[in-house]
Design a protein around this ligand. Structure first.
Ligand SMILES: Cc1ncc(C[n+]2csc(CCOP(=O)(O)OP(=O)(O)O)c2C)c(N)n1
Ligand SMILES: [Mg+2]
Length: 373
């Protein structure tokens, strides 16, 4: 089903719509300018839409997505037990986005920045589950010494720049990271993730303008999980085909099924090459779905259980990968064994977090300023 422009009282966009929307004549809007082709990258990506992964890569994608799923389930349990304070936004359902994109990064050079739904991104980046869980539970051993919690995780060592609670702020900061890559000539790019809700923030478009003007090495990624808190994207966005939103800035857009890790990775190859070749920013729209509430305190009254179940039954990224692996000759028992190993890693992370000490009160006064004064 095609995305439609929202009327003033538009019904919520159907979650069951196809992941890649039918094109309308408007898609060709800039056709009067032969130098700018909106779909230039889309065509290249669609020519080879599924990443030709080796058997080892398929297994790795499966393992990493499952690690995020099991980690987030455990985080939900710890929250329920009162071991995680403050907000906690889970990434369950969106695993293929972070794994497909992050697997195509050069971890020695590239930087990543995202919003508050950040645990999955950190795991995808290869950061130790123990220090992420310790951060969630506010422990000294946490990646931000227990002072950041769920929303404000940070690791400059891994070029992971957070973890931001102000909706859309990470996009402008990502523009700054990309400017630093360009200025330092370090060959890196910045991957800046934001949500469908954040896509309506003004600073996003100021950043688009400067990024395009200065030809910055940045990939803007809209994770369209169909809701911003309790508001369906069609009720808040005049244009729900987010990949089009760079058009006015001559930023090519790509529309990708964010529930299929092989498709995400194939799109990443095309987008990252464009940026690495010095051709400036790219805007990717990843269509996905969050299974759990906006945060742990969300009663989820704005959608039906059936809608969520339909997504789980028919579009789950991990089940999809399982089918690919079984077709490739792996048996169910091997996959179950991987799940068992991952559950063990996650249990160990939770045990580590629970048995770690809280930060000393004096920590409140450290890292408030960048330097000593
Ligand atoms: C500037 C600003 N406005 C409002 C909020 C409150 N808020 C927190 S999350 C959120 C919804 C954002 O939705 P989206 O960008 O789609 O991201 P998702 O939660 O779906 O990942 C809002 C409005 C905020 N944190 N910052
Ligand atoms: Mg959203």
């Amino acid at each position: 089903m095609a995305k439609k422009p929202a009327a003033s009282k538009a019904p919520a966009k159907s979650a069951a719509r196809s992941r890649t929307k039918a094109k309308s004549p408007q898609t060709a809007a800039p056709s009067d300018d032969p130098d700018f082709i909106l779909h230039s990258l889309q065509e290249e990506f669609e020519a080879a839409k599924s990443f030709a992964a080796s058997d080892e890569q398929l297994m790795e994608f499966y393992r990493q997505m499952l690690l995020i799923r099991r980690f987030e389930e455990k985080a939900g349990q710890l929250y329920g037990l009162g071991l995680i304070g403050g907000f906690c936004h889970l990434y369950i359902g969106q695993e293929a986005v972070a794994i497909g994109l992050q697997s195509a990064l050069d971890n020695d050079k590239d930087s990543v920045i995202t919003g508050y739904r950040d645990h999955g991104h950190m795991l995808a980046y290869g950061i130790d589950p123990k220090v992420i869980m310790a951060e969630l539970t506010g422990r000294e051993a946490g990646i931000s010494k227990g002072k950041g919690g769920s929303m404000h995780m940070f690791s400059t060592e891994h070029k992971f720049y957070g973890g931001h609670g102000i909706v859309g702020a990470q996009v402008a900061l990502g523009g700054g990271l990309a400017l630093a890559h360009q200025y330092n000539e370090d060959g890196g790019l910045c991957l800046a993730y934001f949500g469908d809700g954040a896509a309506n923030q003004g600073q996003v478009y100021e950043t688009f303008n400067m990024a395009a003007l200065w030809n910055l090495p940045i990939v803007f990624v809209v994770e369209d999980n169909q809701y911003a808190m309790g508001t369906a994207s069609a009720r808040s966005s005049a244009e729900t085909r987010f990949y089009r939103r760079g058009t006015a800035f001559r930023i090519p857009g790509m529309e990708v099924n964010g529930m299929d890790v092989l498709e995400v990775r194939a799109a990443a190859e095309v987008a990252f090459k464009h940026v690495r070749d010095g051709k400036g920013p790219v805007l990717m729209e990843l269509n996905t779905y969050r299974y759990r509430g906006h945060s742990m305190s969300d009663p989820a009254k704005y959608r039906t259980r059936d809608e969520v179940q339909e997504q789980r039954d028919n579009h789950d990224p991990i089940e999809r990968m399982k089918e690919v692996l079984i077709k490739a000759g792996h048996d169910e028992a091997d996959l179950k064994a991987i799940d068992k190993d991952i559950r063990k890693v996650v249990t160990e992370a939770a045990d580590f977090a629970e048995s770690s000490p809280e930060p000393a009160p004096g920590e409140l006064y450290t890292e408030v300023l960048v330097e000593e004064y």
